[in-house]
Design a protein. Structure first.
Length: 118
């Protein structure tokens, strides 16, 4: 599956952004879709994921209650709504896909930069 991420930008602390990730190449009913991020000088970390078939979600603790992952079946797009942004959310955000029953995230979009100013 091919993934195209967009929606990053510069925002003040406390603000909001919505990232989008458009998928093409195959149907996603047997996929998990996720968002990861890499902050400057740090390793890539998991942010959130959604199971396409039933829209169940899972978040890392640091974003729970502030970020919401969702998907649009018609547009084949996954979103990450980010509210109450903090400077520590500054990172390059990547969307990824994982086929159910496999061990790794095997499809990756290009990153989109989110910068949160204090």
């Amino acid at each position: 599956v091919q993934l195209q991420a967009s929606g990053g930008g510069l925002v003040q602390a406390g603000g909001s952004l919505r990232l989008s990730c458009a998928a093409s190449g195959r149907t996603l009913n047997t996929y998990y879709m996720g968002w990861f991020r890499r902050a400057p000088g740090k390793d890539r970390e998991f942010v959130a994921r959604i199971k396409w078939s039933d829209a169940s979600t899972y978040y890392t603790a640091s974003v729970k209650g502030r970020f919401t992952i969702s998907r649009d079946n018609v547009k084949n797009t996954v979103y990450l709504q980010m509210n109450s942004l903090k400077p520590e959310d500054t990172a390059v955000y990547y969307c990824a896909g994982q086929a159910m029953g496999t061990m790794g995230w095997d499809s990756w979009g290009q990153g989109t930069l989110v910068t949160v100013s204090s």
